[in-house]
Design a protein around this ligand. Structure first.
Ligand SMILES: *Cc1c(COP(=O)(O)O)cnc(C)c1O
Length: 453
């Protein structure tokens, strides 16, 4: 029998998170105060986040100890399995060896609880009563709802209206873990009301939902805000994924030539790729790390590297990032988790320095890839995850054409069991090819009056 699964035991759950900033040749530029354009210190974030997470946001330490209580909750589903994708290799008739790390075994079905549990833990330590957040596809909201329930914290979720309508069961899942869920834009906040007045039919966006959740958190001392992607501490927490994967690849006697992950704000990409990039930075290895984004929201491949807001309402500090402009509202693609206008600061700097690569895939190509994968490997991937699979297929086909065998590892960051509407639309022929024109991108960026770099 071929061994498909490479497993670790519970005591091999990593004991530390890996902070890639310590190894980066060019450190990320500082966030700026939008009013003064001066660099802001960590204290500016204190109304929104607990102090320990703010410290993690700026720490120069290479390794950060994972609290025992967090590792203990991780053990509900971690270590996650690493699979050799024999079925996909055969379906593609490729000489490439393909592996995937499967994060869909978590309670909420994606990698998101890796940071949700850590964030809820530090909020609890500092006496926070309520956490607000946004959610796109519902993956982050459900992860945070699960984590908050564990620590007996109230959870309030602003869910992008498009997803709220597409994914009613994600909402019910959050309700099951005790969270309150609002379709965003909502009339529970000033910014929500303003946007609804201007554009009552809007499908919403992550940028808008973030503004709503931040407004609520800023309104009271015992309400804090949590973000499921983009920020440094979120990427830090996700590095348990890549550390486990590295160990598992070593067990399999293989090291990847190419590491691939889908890209929304960068957290699952960072989680898988950073522990492998560490080998590049420390030992001069040449592992290619590729971020896969939708052609409908191509900030990495077609955005501009400059300062921009993290949210549509302009309430966050200015961050140095690849962006399509904070007012950009992406087309209503099913990969809700990838509908974000910007890329996290660390990943942006790494791309700027050409230490990682990025690729964009059309909406039809990714569904084709998702179905190919489901039929070959059984697991139905989340629409976000299909973007990584599309890149895997391209690289595997290149191997076939060139007659070389490479080892490819990718992050199957979530299952698609709540995304049947997306697959249904695909089978009904209702998924359109969609690519932004150069004019649309220029027009969105032209609206920015934030500093260029
Ligand atoms: C949230 C999410 C993403 C996108 O966010 P990242 O921070 O880029 O990882 C991708 N896939 C799934 C399954 C998600 O839940």
């Amino acid at each position: 029998m071929k061994h498909r699964k490479i497993l670790l035991s519970e005591n091999e759950i990593p004991e530390k998170w890996y902070n890639i900033i310590a190894d980066m040749p060019n450190k990320p530029l500082p966030p700026l105060n939008p009013a003064t354009l001066e660099p802001i210190g960590p204290e500016a974030l204190a109304p929104l986040f607990p102090m320990e997470l703010i410290k993690q946001e700026v720490t120069p330490e290479k390794w950060v100890t994972i609290p025992d209580e967090v590792r203990n909750i991780y053990s509900l589903w971690r270590p996650t399995p690493l699979y050799r994708a024999y079925g996909l290799e055969k379906a593609l008739d490729t000489p490439a060896k393909i592996y995937y790390k499967y994060e869909g075994v978590s309670p909420s079905g994606s990698h998101k609880p890796n940071t949700a549990v850590a964030q809820a833990y530090y909020n609890k330590q500092e006496g926070v009563k309520t956490i607000t957040t946004e959610t796109g596809a519902g993956q982050w909201g459900s992860a945070l709802a699960f984590a908050c329930k564990h620590f007996k914290i109230n959870c309030e979720v602003y869910m992008v209206k498009l997803s709220y309508e597409h994914k009613p069961y994600r909402k019910t899942m959050m309700n099951t873990w005790g969270a309150k869920v609002f379709p965003s834009p909502s009339d529970a906040t000033q910014i929500g009301k303003k946007i609804l007045a201007e554009n009552p039919d809007t499908t919403g966006s992550l940028g808008i939902a973030i503004s709503e959740a931040i407004e609520r958190a800023a309104s009271s001392d015992d309400i804090k805000y949590a973000l499921g992607s983009v920020l440094n501490h979120v990427k830090l927490h996700q590095t348990v994924v890549g550390q486990e994967a590295l160990k598992q690849m070593e067990k399999a006697g293989d090291l990847p030539d190419i590491v691939i992950a889908p890209f929304g704000g960068g957290s699952n990409f960072a989680g898988l790729a950073f522990p492998f990039l560490r080998l590049n930075l420390e030992e001069g290895r040449k592992i290619r790390c590729i971020a896969s984004e939708p052609a409908s929201c191509p900030k990495l491949t077609r955005g501009e590297f400059r300062y921009d807001f993290g949210d549509t309402g302009g309430m966050t500090p200015l961050l140095p990032m690849y962006t399509l402009g904070h007012n950009f509202v992406p087309a209503p693609i099913h990969a809700g988790g990838l509908r974000y206008h910007g890329a996290g600061v660390i990943v942006s700097q790494l791309l700027k320095d050409q230490l990682i690569e990025a690729i964009a895939h059309d909406n039809l190509e990714v569904f084709e890839a998702g179905v190919t994968f489901a039929q070959a490997e059984g697991i139905i991937p989340a629409p976000e995850a299909t973007h990584g699979i599309a890149t895997v297929i391209r690289e595997a086909e290149k191997c076939k054409q060139e007659g070389v065998s490479k080892t490819i590892l990718f992050n199957l960051c979530g299952h698609g069991n709540f995304d049947m509407k997306a697959y249904e639309d695909y089978f009904a022929g209702n998924i359109q090819k969609h690519e932004l024109s150069e004019e649309e991108i220029k027009a969105s960026l032209a609206k920015l009056n934030t500093p260029t770099i």
